[in-house]
Design a protein around this ligand. Structure first.
Ligand code: ATP
Length: 306
């Protein structure tokens, strides 16, 4: 019987590995939102990271020929600094992060990292240098430990645990009955948006990229979750060149420069206090957000006060 069982068992093993491989590849493509039209130039060189300093030089971009999304955007992110991008919905904020990760090539102008045009370097080296924390993280159907380890396959258990702790998700994982071996995703534990984003931050801390792109979730978070995520983000962005698509006051207050994007143009730019003093679009946006937060807090206080 063993003679029949062994090969069957082996086939089962291969099947499971293949299936796992397939789901992971599917997930990965979803995760990376790969655009197959982007190819390496013949002889593309690996990106050499020194600063890293990011520059957008008069960048124009359209997805469809008849509609320009970015209409000449220029800015610089000095090494180790944070630039926050804010603006109304549809202004082109996420498009900037997609161009930096080179999901698409610019229509006109250029983007450079340490003086190297993104179109001249290999995509592998570019993506190795960038950590991306998206709004909605896709988790693999695997253990939560694997989902963190994915940032740097082969990392040790203690490195994985340290990254999770730094991302403010370690204590949560330790309360799970199977800890880091708990399966997550469709067939396992469902995580909240805030927990998923912290897993993505842990993954990025483990990857240790020189450049960071953060896309903050727009959904309302309770104060504690917001504070936890903020300290996770502070841990991951410290001393890294960071571009953040910001929705929260706590993030923009500390940014080195804020770009207010409107209809594909930078309408205002500067630090938080300066922009508030200008009393323009930025001041309007934050006053509105502050009023909404205050109203919410009043509501909560009344609900808690019998
Ligand atoms: P939000 O705050 O709502 O996320 P955003 O400022 O990040 O908005 P983008 O996602 O950059 O805006 O989109 C800018 C414009 O480009 C929008 O009008 C959007 O409809 C359009 N757009 C985005 N992705 C594509 C695409 N793949 N194909 C065509 N148009 C797109």
């Amino acid at each position: 019987l063993m003679q029949i069982y062994r090969p069957l068992n082996f086939i089962g093993f291969v099947y499971r590995e293949l299936r796992q491989g397939l789901t992971d590849i599917e997930e990965m493509f979803k995760l990376l939102d790969q655009s197959p039209e982007i190819e390496d130039k013949p002889g593309a060189r690996p990106l050499e990271v020194t600063g890293p300093v990011i520059r957008f030089n008069d960048v124009k971009f359209n997805y469809d020929p008849d509609r320009e999304i970015l209409k000449g955007v220029s800015f610089e992110v000095p090494a180790g600094k944070t630039v926050a991008i804010v603006g109304p919905t549809g202004a082109g904020k996420s498009t900037i992060s997609r161009l930096l990760y080179r999901f698409y090539d610019v229509t006109d102008g250029s983007i450079t990292i340490d003086g190297q045009d993104l179109r001249d370097v290999s995509q592998n080296s570019l993506r190795a240098a960038i950590g991306m924390v998206p709004q909605d993280t896709v988790l693999f159907n695997d253990t939560i430990g694997y989902n963190v380890e994915y940032g740097r396959p082969g990392a040790s258990q203690s490195e994985i645990h340290d990254a999770a702790k730094m991302a403010q998700v370690g204590d949560f994982i330790e309360t799970l009955p199977k800890g880091y071996d708990t399966p997550v995703g469709e067939r396992g534990l469902k995580l909240s948006g805030g927990e998923k984003q912290r897993v993505a931050i842990a993954r990025t801390i483990l990857k240790g990229p020189a450049i960071l792109i953060l896309d903050e979730a727009t959904s309302a978070l309770d104060t504690k979750t917001e504070r936890d995520i903020q300290s996770a983000l502070d841990a991951v962005s410290a001393n890294r060149t960071t571009v953040v698509i910001a929705h929260r006051l706590s993030t923009v207050i500390n940014a080195d420069e804020i770009l207010v994007l409107r209809e594909g143009h930078i309408a205002e730019r500067g630090r938080h206090d300066d922009l508030l003093k200008r009393d323009g679009l930025y001041a309007q946006m934050w006053n509105r957000q502050r009023e909404a937060t205050e109203a919410e807090e009043r509501l909560l206080r009344t609900a808690n006060d019998p």
